[in-house]
Design a protein around this ligand. Sequence first.
Ligand code: C2E
Ligand code: CA
Ligand code: CA
Length: 256
Amino acid sequence: MEYYLKNIDNGSILENLKNSIVKEELKVYYQPRINILNESIIGMEALLRWNNISPSKVIALAEQSNLIYEISDYVTKIACEETSLWNLKKGKNLILSVNISAKQFENRNFIFWLTDILYETGFNPEQLEIEITENIAVRNIERTVEILRELKALGIKIALDDFGTGYSSFKYLNKLPIDIIKIDKSFVDGITLDKKQEIIVSKIIEMAHCLNLKVIAEGVELFEQFQMLKKLNCDEAQGFYFSKPLRSSEFEKLII
Ligand code: C2E
Ligand code: CA
Ligand code: CA
């Protein structure tokens, strides 16, 4: 019975979601990415917001149907358009990161879809980063490498999201043509409280730098965590310590 009810619930959420896309009610929020050395905003991650429902839940539901393509289309187009506008208005070179879900990444038209959006919005591929989780990346490693190489050839950067939480993180690091790793919040949380956690993060950063990868720490909430990440030579940070994800009008005020 509970399962049945749960499905009805999800079914009606999906129906509402579909209508919201048509009515353009989905929102794109932006969370700044901070250069740890000089504390400037390098760019931002685009994050979906819809009706106070957790974005992870919305994405998981949308992945069960073709809605995921419409949502990603919507989010990516708006994010490219707004970033272009801010770069133009404020004379910046902000880097935009966009999350890519499993179904999208595995679709054979993924590259065509992305190049189409870049063309339509006139967005410079050198200023785009896509984020895929390690779990997505390792599902079919040969194909992942092929796609990532194509993206790189276009000038697009690739970040491995939620680093450290998936499977086989280290095994494939030398194979994947990525540019950035995003250290998951769960590593950052204990960084100032637990010496072992500090050592792990420190070694991840060291290893990434030896492999010519940039490191972003996610979920930085406290000044002490930021100071520690600075000491450990982490490149960038994202988190509530600087700013929560913001609606576009609020985010724009942060760019000076
Ligand atoms: P993610 O890609 O790992 O995004 C980071 C999440 O951490 C965001 O949650 C952000 O609001 C949250 N966060 C950032 N800083 C802090 C902090 O200091 N403390 C805490 N507690 N949380 C922080 P959000 O926005 O709820 O998104 C959850 C997930 O949903 C994302 O995780 C991503 O996997 C997915 N998602 C969101 N938007 C999109 C989208 O447009 N497309 C796809 N495919 N997935 C998306
Ligand atoms: Ca992400
Ligand atoms: Ca993440």
